[in-house]
Design a protein around this ligand. Sequence first.
Ligand code: ZN
Length: 462
Amino acid sequence: MAIKLYNTLSRTKDKLQPLDAKNVRMYVCGPTVYDFAHIGNARPVVVFDILARLLRHAYGADHVTYVRNITDVDDKIINRANETGEEISAITAKTEKAFHDDMAALGAAPPDIEPRATEHIPEMIALIKTLIAKGHAYEAEGHVLFSVSSFADYVKLSGRNRDEMIAGSRVEVAPYKKDPADFVLWKPSSEDQPGWESPWGANNGRGRPGWHLECSAMSEKHLGQTFDIHGGGQDLIFPHHENEIAQSCCAHETKIMANIWMHNGYLMSEGEKMSKSLGNFYTVHDLLKEFPGEAIRLVLLKTHYRQPLDFRKDAIRDAKKELDEFYLALRNADSDEVLPKVMPDEILNALGDDLNTPKALSVLFDLKTKLNTADAESKSLLRAQLLASAKLLGLLQADPQTWLRGVSADGLSDDEIEQKINARIEARANRDFATSDAIRDELLENGIILEDGAGGTSWRRA
Ligand SMILES: [Zn+2]
């Protein structure tokens, strides 16, 4: 199958032509672990999970290497430790665990390799030494800086001009820089900051890496000097990815770092920029207390990954109802028949066209409609197609019975339950045990347990 992906570097949809079809290699920038992931952090995780699933389908499950890093040394983490008095290692361990749990609840499979920055300090130091030796970096006051003027292709990815580059708030102006646009590869650490010995600066060069460096070092170690796809959020294009390219291409003297650079669009929340003061700042952890992860995932997939996404709680409620209908259709078409493995071409074509998830979802909805109206003969094929398609999207992964149990219990009000119990009492009085048993079973299926006692019938939710 052909897979076309929008490439930020070429600004066109490019056909994916793996360097090695036996090992398709993708690197995605992962979380900085200092706080719970918010829904904006979850977007790239879900987007690149879909891509990983598609690649595994197209090239074989064992022919894809998906690497997503954990940034566990960063000033945000140091600041958090200073605020709370917690140990840095405790903050990063706790946050990493929560991130894994939350992303699993969203149906995102873990990457094949999840390297931590702090476990790759020697590789980063080696990379800096190479850059200095090749004239792309210099030491100044215990810092090592990358000299952007030494790399002709700088800003090729972002298309920024020099003024925009320096005006960018994340470019720090400092007296020791030869050029304000130069960025930090290594910086000194004080005694109360995490640090490692290095060849640069006082105190045995005790310092820590700049953020951009880790992805160059870890992608090289786990994927090689050049690989197929590099991904992340749109906010990473500049300076993070621009700097990764500069470091890697200069150190390795390669033309490219990755062939295709993919970026997901921004996420708004309830129509505004997400902010704690507006009450629209949703962590995945909190959303999962209210909604099933699959419903949140469905909302994320309804917008194409390059478009801005306006995330709304109402949309999760709608998505939940839609999933109820899918599970109902599956339960009604349940069979013991061994299902053939059939992936509809429409799903592959939609996802192969720059991950068009809205189109893929419309195929899923069509399959559900067909399944609901199909005759017995075509049901099992349609069911198999629906399940195969949904799996590629990471949806409908629950057992229909389990999913629907919770659903209907929520759906039945106390009044409706009392009404049914009264109907059952009446049926029993009429010695119509078939009806009375049917009502009991129906309630049980909806998660309502009846208890007949001397004082009458009582009920509780399972
Ligand atoms: Zn990165």
